[in-house]
Design a protein around this ligand. Structure first.
Ligand code: CTP
Length: 402
């Protein structure tokens, strides 16, 4: 028999609230609870009504060693440990399986059952392991909800691919309980950028022609926001200087919203000094020479715009006497490495993160494949989600910059 010392247990003394919602994978909740306890966690279980159609509260009570919580309206349970008390008790909440329905509730702040109420009421770290039919997982509504949750700092354990209970094949299977526990225990260190000031530009700029029209581009801001969120999670003090986007600022990040390239440069200079400057914004290279104070009338058959160059924000920061470690992006449609090297030299950056743009690449998508180009080193990274890429890029920057 092998004995495990208490100190070997990775979740020793961690209070883990396990939420189980109603999907066929709910039965894996039993194994999850068992493994969490084995890893040293104190476990309480919350089930939705739908989950009880797939696994009995009795099973989970026996495994967790505590009564299962399943109702907001159970006077006895509320007297023993009320829902707010339970929300405060937890260090971490892991919802597995998380159905499309419960993800939608979390994303939109609904609180019509015990589990969704607890999610609103807790300050614990929140983890969700979605599991559902592959089409439901890939539905735009589900993906938008998941993105919203990630932007708010919820940890999403991505579903596995394979054959599903309904016969479909694709992403949507609940990862094995052991993989969920591994994800919970292998949280990234939060000290990589401890106390460092990281300034990040993100999103497009808008250059006004008149009070109703402007020149802009397709940048969604996702990469810059993902970097801000990841840097914050690694202990940095983050200033995010963002052009107009539809994204919410990640929790704990100081976000300054601007519209033009000139306003973005002014905000960056004001945010200095910093240790690391990351220029992820898609800055308009030119702006109209004259901004009409009134809406400009039609100009006949053709219309020429007079444009003047915008300041180069990255190059300006690289020229500062107290230059931070400077990171730029290069979005190109061709000659990727050659153009990235040109930007590295012309702007004076320490690293250029180069990616190809085109249909389904770079802008407005959730995945990206990039190459890091430094003076004497080129490293191509595999295709991955922008959220994952943000952490990988920051880990690499941390090695050089801190
Ligand atoms: N950048 C910047 N200010 C600008 C233009 C670009 O800070 N006025 C930054 C971007 O945030 C990015 C890098 O410089 O990190 C490269 O941007 P990109 O627009 O790809 O390069 P350009 O220098 O504009 O060159 P080109 O448009 O020819 O690709």
């Amino acid at each position: 028999m092998t004995m495990t010392k208490t100190t070997d247990k990775p979740l020793h003394h961690q209070r883990m609230l396990v939420g189980i919602s109603g999907g066929i994978a709910a039965y894996k909740g039993a194994e999850l609870v068992r493994l969490l306890k084995q890893a040293g966690a104190e476990v309480r279980v919350v089930m939705t009504d739908a989950a009880k159609a797939f696994i009995t509260p009795m099973t989970l009570q026996a495994l967790s060693g505590h009564p299962v919580h399943d109702s907001l309206w159970d006077l006895q349970a509320e007297a023993a440990m009320g829902h707010i008390e339970l929300a405060k008790w937890a260090d971490h909440v892991i919802v597995a399986p998380a159905t499309a329905d419960i993800l939608a509730k979390f994303a939109h702040g609904l609180a019509d059952d015990l589990l969704s109420t607890l999610i609103l009421a807790t300050t614990a770290s929140i983890w969700v392991a979605p599991a559902m039919n592959q089409q439901m997982w890939q539905a735009q509504a589900t993906q938008a909800n998941v993105m919203l949750l990630k932007q708010r700092g919820v940890h999403v354990i991505e579903p596995a691919e394979g054959e599903q209970a309904c016969g479909d094949v694709g992403p949507g299977r609940l990862p094995e309980p052991a993989a969920i526990v591994a994800a919970l225990t292998q949280r990234k260190p939060t000290t990589l950028f401890n106390g460092r000031h990281v300034v990040i530009t993100a999103g497009p700029t808008q250059e006004a022609l008149d009070p109703v029209r402007f020149i802009t581009n397709h940048s969604s801001g996702k990469m810059g926001y993902a970097l801000a969120s990841a840097a914050q999670a690694m202990g940095a003090r983050v200033t995010l200087i963002s052009g107009p986007t539809a994204l919410c600022a990640p929790a704990g990040v100081h976000c300054i919203r601007v519209d033009t390239a000139e306003a973005m440069l002014a905000a960056c200079l004001q945010a200095m000094p910093c240790h690391v400057f990351i220029a992820a914004a898609a800055v308009a290279d030119y702006r109209p020479a004259h901004k009409g104070t009134q809406k400009l009338p039609k100009q006949g058959q053709s219309w020429s715009l007079d444009l003047v160059p915008n300041p180069d924000i990255l190059a300006s920061i690289c020229r500062l006497p107290q230059k931070p470690y400077c990171v730029g992006f290069a979005a190109q449609t061709e000659d990727l490495l050659e153009k990235a090297r040109e930007k590295l030299n012309n702007k004076g950056a320490d690293v250029i993160i180069a990616n190809l743009v085109g249909p389904n690449l770079g802008f407005q998508v959730d995945e990206n494949q990039v190459t890091l180009v430094k003076a004497h080193e080129v490293e191509a990274l595999p295709m991955m989600s922008k959220i994952k890429l943000a952490s990988v890029i920051l880990e690499k920057i941390a090695k050089d910059a801190t």
